[in-house]
Write a protein that binds this ligand. Sequence first.
Ligand SMILES: O=P(O)(O)OC[C@H]1O[C@H](O[C@H]2O[C@H](CO)[C@@H](O)[C@H](O)[C@H]2O)[C@H](O)[C@@H](O)[C@@H]1O
Ligand SMILES: O=c1ccn([C@@H]2O[C@H](COP(=O)(O)OP(=O)(O)O)[C@@H](O)[C@H]2O)c(=O)[nH]1
Length: 941
Amino acid sequence: MSISSQEICILPNKNNLALLQTNGMPGNLFNNCSNLPATPTRLERLLRERELRKYSKCLNDCEAELPSSTQDCFSPDLETSTCWFNDEELLETVSASRSLNDDGERLDFRTSKQRLLVVANRLPVSAVRHGEDSWQLEMSVGGLVTALLGVKEFDTRWIGWAGVNVPDEIGQKALAKALDEKRCIPVFLDEEVVHQYYNGYCNNILWPLFHYIGLPQEDRLATTRSFQSQFDAYKKANQLFADVVNEHYEEGDVVWCHDYHLMFLPKCLKERNSKMKVGWFLHTPFPSSEIHRMLPSRLELLRSVLAADLVGFHTYDYARHFVSACTRILGLEGTPEGVEDQGKLTRIAAFPVGIDSERFIKALELPEVQDHMKVLKQRFAGRKVMLGVDRLDMIKGIPQKILAFEKFLEENPNWRNKVVLLQIAVPTRTDVPEYQKLTSQVHEIVGRINGRFGSLTAVPIHHLDRSLDFHELCALYAVTDVALVTSLRDGMNLVSYEYVACQESKKGVLILSEFAGAAQSLGAGAILVNPWNVTEVASSIGYALNMPADEREKRHHHNFKHVISHTAQEWASTFVSELNVTIVEAQLRTRQIPPPLPIEVAVDRYSCSNNCLLILGFNATLTEPVDTLGRKDSQINEWQPKLRPDLREPLRKLCDDPKTTVLVLSGSARNVLDDNFSDYNLWLAAENGMFLRVTTGDWMTTMPENLSMEWVDSVKNVFEYFTDRTPRSQFEVRETSLIWNYKYSDVEFGRLQARDLLQHLWTGPISNASLDVVQGRRSVEVRSVAVTKSAAIDRILGEIVHNKGMKEPIDYVLCIGHFLTKDEDIYTFFEPELPSEVPASVRPQVPTQVRTSIVGSRAALLMKQNSTSAVEQNKSYAIDGDTLHSMVTDRISLQEGSSVLDLQANDYFSCSVARKRSNSRYRLQSSDEVVTLLRELADHR
Ligand SMILES: O=P(O)(O)OC[C@H]1O[C@H](O[C@H]2O[C@H](CO)[C@@H](O)[C@H](O)[C@H]2O)[C@H](O)[C@@H](O)[C@@H]1O
Ligand SMILES: O=c1ccn([C@@H]2O[C@H](COP(=O)(O)OP(=O)(O)O)[C@@H](O)[C@H]2O)c(=O)[nH]1
């Protein structure tokens, strides 16, 4: 059969898919397409999204000029704090639709806003009960709330816990109603769950661990013992959140889960509805995998988060740590795009949060803020004011900050009456014992320092254990001279952003911990410090207080530009855009994955056939799946691959069936195949088909006669060197190839070593040899160019047909294996032989090289009952097309006959095992499914 040069590859879209289905061509026909029309890249899509956003913002701004009556109508007690969920009318007509069709094209730009369900532990408001059915709502404090209040572009609903126990139905109904007006939906958690989930697992386990404080020790050991019950409560609480989301979810909604409280949520949501668009964002740091691996529930948490479509972090470092935890702890593949598990990609990226800078800048003009500023200026006239604003949390480094201030006063007596530290310490998580202890500790240090450096009329530290309202806070930000942020670890730290936003006139100095995420964005303008180094912080205080005006201005200008351009709005739209794009890409990617093997059909066709050929790979096809985490002793078990015991019986039955020929085609050496299959009645093709034997006969070689093996010693040298230097790696010398594998080594080190090894091979010993270097997932193999499974299959089949004296044509072929990409042309080997059942325009394009070998195979597969064995002839099988063709023509003239293949499209099953992408028509997930398949086949004879 020849393939016309006009045959084209088609873009896999819905219509084409339908066309193929109606034409009855099964399986995975898209993968061979090399000349697909270009689909937009991720970056192109994102840039387009960005332009649309800008356009939409521009429209928004124009509409914002509308009369103010249409704008903010939020309740008076909260009016200064929020406007994002009450100006719907204003935004409704102008915001861009986020509806994308299946190919990622925008359907209608000026339709309604995209619905966004924000799911966070905490609602932006906390509820205070005033009567049986009466509630007052107050703003919650914290960076997450601040960040999300800035998000105005979507039709947003917020789902979360109102921070209060409401056991009775009347109270729940009344609260739900009050919250509904603010577009908030409550999740009701009872006291015990809150205690175990929020105080326990979230704030006593995950929070300290993610901030590098470690797991409970000493007096917190009781927590370690109750770990399991806390984790159970955590899962239960997450399920309660999921129930509420499911209740309110509408098709097309984006569900954005937030923070360490809800790591289990993506899994709960996707299990119920795999089509839901789910994003997850972490507001805290994600620690090094060395820290995360201490968590007893480390695997479950990572897996649950990976159920999301997009996972976001504040910084590249946190994202990198997460990917590394997935590779090291779960043994998954980390790519620059994200983490891949069985063909499913979870996109991982950094999305640094910002603030609604305009809200702060505008607030400075308000009369109430101006009044506060006046009072403050009078109060601290003649003194420089340093400001600290933190939740009273151990990660904020408040004791370290105060000790550094003490040291500064100690070393600079001239400043003692001229500087004051205003520390706002907002009470938080007050039910957690660690937080209670911290409060006493801070009070004690403040008392001591004030006693030491205070006078009758003034104290150096003003410490407030309470929160301020928005106006007071803005006034403080605006009038102070230096902001001091000394977090020991901090996901981002929005206080530093807010300070910069309010300092346009004063140009105060920001001293910022290098362990806050904000250090990556504001580092250039701030004075960066290590909060553990009290001496360094003390001298930075001196430097800041004495800084000349022009330097202050330059530093401030740099940071101000960043704060006003990297806003909360920008952050949220970028995240949601990327989530939309990720979904489209996932759909395209899914179409490139072969569909699962329809086992019933494969078995049914098998039972109807008269002459079947089963081609089976060995490693990872007929052996147990590999434990790549390397914690168990499987490396030792796997040294010598073993046929799965549960395959013995079905394999024997198949081998003994007179209408079936079984061929095990493997890269393994002859002795390995002998050890496993000698007592079965089948064909063995070792070393990618270079050696062949029927188990009742001797090994013969199908190796091309001119195959040079002179390179072996030098490559062996290199492999030995790398094996010595890469713990738990190993190499195997076969007769036609050498393989170095590092699947049990540290994955990152292994990859680095492999890169070095390859570089060395290319420039050194094999630079002029005619060799192939085949990169496996965690291996490097060197073999002669002529050694591939498909190059050998032609000759192998010739030999089998001849040896068996086949009288009937082969009418069923099943070819399954965990083959390297290089060997995958074995799947296409039979493909063009199939009768054309679909129009030429939708058949896969076959690369020239494969076509050449098809010419060979077709001729070689002519029935040759009386001819000499192809292998006995020991001909020279050069891979050059012409030579092969003339050789084949030679053989045709030896004996004319009928074709050995009479294969209908429906009787050919090429199937990859445990591969994400493949040229095969179908796939099986793992060798467990191979067992099921072979058992079924065996039972149907
Ligand atoms: O709700 P709480 O338990 O009282 O705690 C308040 C919030 O603290 C954390 O905030 C983090 O988010 C900020 C914004 O992304 C970030 O700047 C800061 O570094 C983080 O610490 C916590 O992650 C939130 O869930 C809490 O609501
Ligand atoms: O009295 C206060 C003190 C702080 N905040 C807000 O709390 C947030 C703290 O966020 P940050 O990211 O700095 O840290 P987090 O508390 O979230 O860890 C900021 O937006 C502050 O404006 C507040 O509303 N009232």
